[in-house]
Design a binder for this molecule. Structure first.
Ligand code: NAP
Length: 320
């Protein structure tokens, strides 16, 4: 099959393209060409890499035709962020594509009532990002069910892998939090540290995209969470990372408004966004319908990323 991947060289694409190449598919990969995949792989030599700026071409109304002109059998769209963008692509494709698989986010849910959250739960998204991704999914699945382009939406959690900083036990992306833990320093957590985060290894997200492609008849018109088998509380996450560094946990807790005075405005905003969502998503649907079997727990994924951060001097460990 000829598969076009839009936004191909990022966290997920780094793992997904080698998976698809190994299955013998012909691949066309689109990006602005500003970055390389996180890890080299021989498969990239087999890929037709093309430059494009999706946002710019969307605004000009030319993006959908550019993709249709490539005559793909399947499209994997990693960088669609709203219903208008999805509609432009779908309308340009007509009936010519077998499957459109699009990346969403678990932020489509907003705060949950019953956890682990199912894909079918009543949604309360907040913030432009979650609201727009939710509308994108609604559009894609409805047009699919009405006989348009068969579409699947994959909703990743916090994507983790070697090469970038994972969401840390304070719920933000500051890698110094890990350096402080490694040194056995005190870590202050917001509230009781019982709000949750839900990571996923980038290769497990890639696994679910591959499964959706392979199990077309099950995945068409459906959405799936791509997360690890279990979410973490901030407190449990922090305690585990202290242990990984051979340290005793040194945790203290402050109500959010007092806590945010201890960190930068950017870190406070990132933490607020994550704990206001406190995701804890179910993978039962992906397991049952597609055979999804994540290779990494949240902590295994984080530890692999930490190894990389330490090796590259981005997290410091006393004595190393
Ligand atoms: N990161 C997370 O934790 C997380 C969590 C949930 C959902 N998601 C979703 O995951 C998707 C992103 O996937 P990812 O994390 O694998 O990607 P990523 O690491 O953010 O990389 C984005 C990819 O798209 C390309 N790109 C960015 N802007 C572009 C543009 N205007 N035109 C063409 N190509 C462009 C990038 O290459 P160039 O820069 O070279 O163009 C790169 O190949 C998004 O839909 C996001 O909402 C992410």
């Amino acid at each position: 099959m000829h598969i076009v991947i839009i936004g191909a060289t990022g966290h997920v694409g780094t793992y997904l393209l080698p998976r698809l190449a190994a299955l013998g598919h012909r691949l066309t990969a689109l990006s602005r060409g500003k970055r390389q995949p996180y890890h080299p792989h021989g498969a990239w030599g087999l890929v037709d890499l093309q430059q494009c700026n999706r946002a710019l071409e969307d605004s000009r109304g030319t993006f959908g035709k550019r993709i249709a002109d490539l005559k793909p059998d399947v499209i994997i769209d990693m960088i669609c962020f709203n219903a208008q963008s999805a509609r432009q692509l779908v309308e340009a494709l007509g009936g010519s594509v077998e499957h459109l698989i699009v990346c969403g986010t678990i932020w489509v849910h907003g705060p949950s009532a019953q956890v682990p959250t199912l894909e079918s739960a009543v949604r309360h998204p907040f913030g432009d990002y979650g609201i727009n991704k939710n509308a994108m999914e609604a559009y894609l699945l409805q047009q699919s069910r009405l006989g348009g382009v068969p579409a699947t939406v994959i909703h990743p959690g916090h994507i983790v892998g070697p090469g970038w900083a994972p969401l840390n036990p304070q719920g933000n992306f500051n890698p110094q939090v890990y350096s402080g833990i490694a040194a056995g320093e005190e870590l202050v957590l917001p509230n009781f540290g019982l709000e949750t985060v839900h990571h996923v290894h980038a290769d497990d997200v890639a696994q679910l995209f591959q499964l959706a492609l392979e199990r077309w008849s099950a995945s068409a018109s459906e959405s799936y969470h791509a997360v690890s088998p279990a979410a973490l509380t901030l407190r449990g996450y922090a305690e585990a990372v202290y242990g990984w560094f051979g340290q005793e946990p040194q945790l203290t807790f402050r109500p959010f408004d007092a806590w945010k005075a201890c960190v930068s405005a950017d870190d406070a905003a990132a933490t607020y966004d994550h704990i206001a969502h406190s995701p804890n998503c179910s993978i039962a649907k992906a397991q049952q319908q597609l055979g999804y079997q994540p290779r990494y727990s949240s902590l295994q994924a984080v530890y692999e990323a930490l190894d990389w951060l330490i090796a590259h001097g981005k997290v410091t460990v006393p004595g190393k």
